[in-house]
Design a protein around this ligand. Structure first.
Ligand SMILES: [Zn+2]
Length: 81
């Protein structure tokens, strides 16, 4: 199994700020929600750690965005694998 870490995309620079905090809540709630597995299409993907996502259904593990499993960068690099 070859897993390589990809760039996590644009990392958010967390600076204390009102609007940033508001946005952060949005991001966190989205990141906590179940995501669709790209392998079995079940909504069982949970975030293991930053940029690492794992499907509870089929065990598929992949590197994605730091806060969401699929970013535009992630999708384009997934195609090349
Ligand atoms: Zn799966």
């Amino acid at each position: 199994m070859s897993k390589k870490k990809r760039g996590f995309g644009p990392k958010l620079r967390t600076r204390a700020g009102f609007s940033v905090r508001k946005r952060w809540i949005k991001i966190v709630s989205r990141m906590e929600a179940p995501h669709t597995c790209p392998s079995c299409m079940n909504q069982k993907v949970r975030r293991m750690s930053i940029g690492i996502w794992e499907c509870r259904k089929c065990g598929f593990q992949f590197a994605g965005g730091a806060y969401q499993p699929s970013t535009k960068i992630g999708q384009s690099s997934a195609r090349t694998e």
